[in-house]
Ligand binder design. Structure first.
Ligand code: ZN
Length: 431
């Protein structure tokens, strides 16, 4: 059983998790985050951590905790014209409690719509300025008369905790690969339940392997303050992080996009660029805007963490709206992203340097059973991988370098090297 083995139930598992997590009211803090982590914890051994309100983490202080029981705008007949129970996006994140009778005119400064997409609900939060508001479709707003309305937000914003989750899958080395996904968005599927379900699936697959080269640490935390909090509490761990990826937006349309680390030339950059480019995706340079890669790459931490997405945040109209729903995320896109991710991990696990033990011309492959007796594309790639591995294994050139130069998938070259090592034509260089 390898990490790259197909699993016919994978799409079904990811879909089931997506559907289960979608209705939960996640935010920077609160019970929706806890329920999300509990659901991930059913698939993998997850450690949930609560950081009390007021805790200082570098330049940030953990916010009050936000929870919602109910929220609505109702006409005087009691009919709810906007109802949080129908969609978590209807309430501005971190809305303070309200119980008031108001005209539409008084309500307007608290209402948010997307006139250019009249059937979509926008996603809004106000984490640090205490206020309240409702998000609704333009059509809902257009159907409202002058009121008055009963406005109810049954929420709490009070001392509690910030919750994040961690999964550690130990390997032969104590050095680690960090995988991070943000958990702070309410009912939005691509951003970022897609990242959460792909990360969960990878954690379970890694845990099922008999052994691993690296240890793997998965962090499920709210964006920005969650990763900064995690970083501030793991100073001892940070020097062991050798490679890392932020996962987000993996289930929508569009090719894969790998965003490089700030240094742009880390091992993860080379591994991910190889896989993503071979899958027809795009490789972009670092920018200090985006998801939590900007925390991990910050000067004080300087971690080798890139980012894997499909179409990045802000570049698709459904982004941060109710149109980023369960139908927007497709099983094939999730599976493709998962496959790319495991190929990147496979490079990190298996890349090595070899020395050709028979460098004086081409060794006789036929007598060692390495010369294919059938044609076809697969045999050609395998044959070319053997020739390239022999041609380039000078004790300094890695298999990934060979794959890049040969224009072949890393896995094919790694298999060729294993076959050549088996017949003692290559020797692995330690280290
Ligand atoms: Zn977002």
């Amino acid at each position: 059983m390898s990490l790259l083995s197909p699993d016919p139930l994978r799409a079904q598992r990811m879909r089931a998790r997506l559907e289960r997590l979608y209705p939960l009211c996640r935010s920077m803090t609160g019970d929706g985050v806890r329920e999300t982590l509990a659901a991930i914890g059913e698939a993998v051994s997850l450690h949930s951590v609560e950081i009390p309100t007021g805790t200082t983490c570098h330049d940030w202080t953990v916010n009050d905790e936000w929870n919602v029981r109910d929220a609505y705008i109702a006409d005087l007949g009691g009919r709810r014209v906007v109802d949080f129970r129908e969609h978590t996006l209807h309430l501005v994140g971190y809305s303070v409690p309200v119980r008031r009778r108001m005209t539409l005119e008084e309500l307007r400064p608290h209402l948010f719509t997307l006139p250019e997409h009249p059937d979509w609900i926008p996603y809004r939060t106000s984490y640090y300025r205490r206020t309240w508001g409702f998000c609704l479709t333009q059509r809902q707003l257009d159907a409202m008369d002058e009121g008055p309305y009963d406005v109810v937000i049954d929420s709490t914003v009070e001392p509690g905790a910030l919750t994040y989750g961690e999964v550690l899958v130990p390997g032969d080395s104590e050095d680690e690969v960090l995988i991070s996904a943000h958990t702070c968005h309410p009912s939005l599927a691509n951003d970022n339940l897609s990242g959460i379900v792909v990360a969960t699936e990878l954690a379970a697959a890694l845990a099922a392997l008999p052994s691993r080269r690296w240890s793997y640490r998965f962090v499920f935390a709210p964006g920005v303050i969650g990763s900064i909090t995690w970083l501030s509490l793991h100073e001892q761990t940070l020097p062991r992080i050798r490679h890392g990826l932020v996962l987000a937006g993996l289930g929508g349309p569009g090719p894969l996009v790998y965003k490089r680390t700030r240094h742009a030339d880390r091992d993860i950059d080379r591994a991910a660029a190889h896989v993503v480019a071979r899958r027809g995706g795009e490789v972009r340079d670092y920018s200090p805007y985006g998801y939590d890669e900007r925390q991990y790459n910050a000067l004080g931490f300087d971690l080798p963490v890139g980012r894997l997405t499909r179409t990045p945040h802000g570049e698709y109209p459904e982004y941060h709206t109710s149109a980023d729903d369960l139908g927007y995320v497709k099983d094939d896109e999730l599976l493709g992203a998962y496959a790319a991710l495991t190929e990147i991990i496979d490079v990190l696990e298996r890349d090595a340097t070899y020395l050709n033990l028979s460098p004086y011309g081409e060794p006789q492959l036929g007598k060692r059973g390495l010369y294919p007796d059938t044609g076809g594309q697969a045999a050609t790639d395998a044959m070319m991988a053997i020739l390239w591995a022999l041609a380039c294994s000078d004790g300094q050139t890695s298999l990934l370098d060979v794959a890049q130069r040969a224009g072949l998938d890393f896995a094919v070259v790694a298999q060729a090297a294993a076959d050549l090592e088996h017949v003692e034509l290559l020797a692995r260089v330690p280290g």
